[in-house]
Design a binder for this molecule. Structure first.
Ligand SMILES: C[S@@+](CC[C@H](N)C(=O)[O-])C[C@H]1O[C@@H](n2cnc3c(N)ncnc32)[C@H](O)[C@@H]1O
Length: 230
């Protein structure tokens, strides 16, 4: 038999989550139930990372919702902007930009299974979004984009990777780059070094050439938001 402490963890922490997730999977419309299952399987303890409300009203509930985009002051009409989200996860930010009529929307993520989920989500919306697996620490981008998102990815990178990422973000951004820093909890989970707001600002000022780099507040999860403008 399993030790009592493990049984308690399973009873109080894991099974309630699993029950919640199977309820969510069963509530999903049959035509994309497998996709919802796949999204939840990507993060078996916490379920979906991002909340997405599908066109028929079904909502997959994740920790992050898109209220942070209004905090950024992202325009309602993006019809004159090409958009790229690096570390796009299941595509919630890309979907939001497409809803705002962005000229083109692309999403990149290191995890190919998340890219597949994002592609599945775009298909449900019937949105044309270009998703590809991509590692910002290794791969290069040749194209430029008007708006680039780099939200809560920094703590996943090595020191060398952080600098390469900042140089890439600088090279590919035509107008604006939206940067979200992690919480201390994220940093600890990723076993990265703990940083303060001033450290993130120093990284951005040291390794990019944006004309303005402005801290604009925190998200609902206390993650610092920084907007960089050309
Ligand atoms: C904490 S999640 C944030 C997801 C999304 N940006 C958001 O804020 O909702 C971090 C995401 O970055 C991706 N990621 C981690 N390291 C990466 C890398 N080296 N290159 C590209 N994506 C990466 C992960 O797969 C994951 O989807």
């Amino acid at each position: 038999m399993l030790p009592r402490s493990i049984r308690k963890t399973l009873r109080t922490k894991i099974w309630p989550f699993n029950r919640k997730f199977s309820q969510q999977i069963n509530a999903a419309p049959a035509q994309y139930r497998d996709l919802v299952k796949q999204i939840i399987a990507e993060s078996p303890i916490w379920g979906a990372h991002q909340t997405i409300q599908f066109p028929d009203g079904f909502t997959i509930k994740g920790g992050r919702d898109e209220s942070r985009l209004s905090q950024f002051g992202l325009p309602e009409d993006l019809s004159d902007s090409s958009v790229l989200d690096i570390g796009c996860n299941i595509g919630a930010v890309c979907i939001e930009c497409k809803k705002r009529n962005a000229k083109s929307v692309s999403g990149l993520d290191k995890n190919p299974d998340l890219v597949k989920c994002a592609q599945g989500v775009a298909k449900v919306f019937d949105f044309d979004i270009n998703y590809k697996p991509f590692d910002i620490m290794q791969d290069t981008i040749d194209q430029k984009y008007d708006i680039v998102f780099f939200l809560n990815v920094f703590h996943h990178l090595t020191e060398k990777g952080k600098i390469k990422a900042l140089r890439t973000l600088d090279k590919i951004t035509v107008k604006q780059m939206y940067f979200e820093a992690p919480t201390q909890k994220d940093v600890i989970a990723a076993q990265d070094k703990e940083l303060e707001l001033d450290d993130y600002l120093a990284y951005l000022k040291g390794f990019t050439t944006f004309k303005s780099i402005e801290y604009i507040g925190e998200t609902d999860f206390d993650r610092p938001l920084i907007v960089c403008n050309r």
